[in-house]
Design a protein around this ligand. Structure first.
Ligand SMILES: Nc1ncnc2c1ncn2[C@@H]1O[C@H](COP(=O)(O)OP(=O)(O)OP(=O)(O)O)[C@@H](O)[C@H]1O
Ligand SMILES: [Mg+2]
Length: 252
């Protein structure tokens, strides 16, 4: 579902080379933790999977589709990214409008030849029902009509997650999903992510950048450790996360 081949990523404006020659793949239903010290390139790698940071060499495929500008709409429909900073994700006046935004736009784009036509009442009711269920699942229904930019850090994070999960992405990319969450919300999130399935019932494929190693242990079967601008180690999560000497040698 995710294939990364000889990928190098730079920020040319600042002359920073972040990753060099990264290779890995994720199969259907795999849950993979992406770990590494601050600045190791985890967020940059996730951004490259949806074409926000283009590669300087090598490439990425999502479900066999190359992540190239001509394929961005399709890739971004398949792969949903929850940004590290929820302020980058929530941009509508209220949380409800933020969560509605994706499904409503998708319904508009499906009727592209009649773009000025409103979505019919039945379809809109289904979309709203789905959005309400998503807010309920994350325990944030009460925040529905609140101003997005005035939510707390944890509330924003759950809101951003709801806006992505409601789109039922085939591949879920999460950047520090437990940051700012209180213990109860964190436990709820772990439970939700463990149970998450695709509409066809298969387990949700996900790649999760995190510093929360207990969270990674509870959720992921495999881990990728970034260090020295590349994949330092990739293997069973339990083996990597329990290897204190390895983690310490990579700045964790
Ligand atoms: N937009 C940008 N322009 C220039 N350099 C950037 C940009 N974004 C990130 N960087 C640099 O790229 C490197 C990797 O950053 P990145 O955010 O991918 O790391 P990270 O592993 O996600 O770190 P953290 O654990 O702190 O979230 C860092 O040195 C960072 O300063
Ligand atoms: Mg990051």
């Amino acid at each position: 579902m995710i294939k990364v081949t000889n990928l190098s990523l730079d920020y040319p404006a600042s002359g920073i080379s972040v990753l060099q020659n990264v290779n890995f793949s994720a199969g259907r239903g795999e849950r993979i933790a992406l770990i590494g010290a601050n600045g190791a390139g985890k967020s940059t790698l996730l951004l490259s999977l949806v074409g926000v940071v283009p590669p300087s060499a090598g490439g990425v495929e999502i479900n066999g589709i190359p992540v190239l500008p001509k394929n961005y709409p399709e890739v971004r429909r398949l792969a949903g990214l929850v940004f590290q900073n929820p302020d980058d994700q929530l941009f509508m006046p209220t949380l409800w409008e933020d969560v509605l935004f994706g499904p409503r736009n998708w319904a508009f784009s499906k009727q592209k030849h009649k773009a000025r036509m409103p979505i019919d009442a039945g379809s809109m009711a289904n979309i709203e029902e789905k959005c309400l269920r998503q807010l309920e699942a994350l325990g944030i229904s009460a925040l529905k009509d609140r101003l997005s930019h005035k939510l707390s850090g944890g509330e924003k994070r759950l809101g951003a997650l709801a806006s992505v999960l409601v789109m039922e992405p085939a591949v879920l990319l999460l950047d520090e999903p437990t940051a700012f969450l209180d213990p109860k919300s964190r436990r709820r999130l772990i439970a939700i992510l463990r149970e998450l399935t695709c509409p066809d019932g298969s387990p949700q494929t996900m790649l999760v950048a995190t510093h929360d190693l207990d969270f990674a242990r509870a959720l992921c079967g495999r881990a990728i450790l970034l260090s020295g601008k590349t994949v330092h180690t990739c293997g069973p999560a339990s083996a990597i996360l329990d290897d204190g000497a390895l983690l310490e040698s990579c700045g964790l």
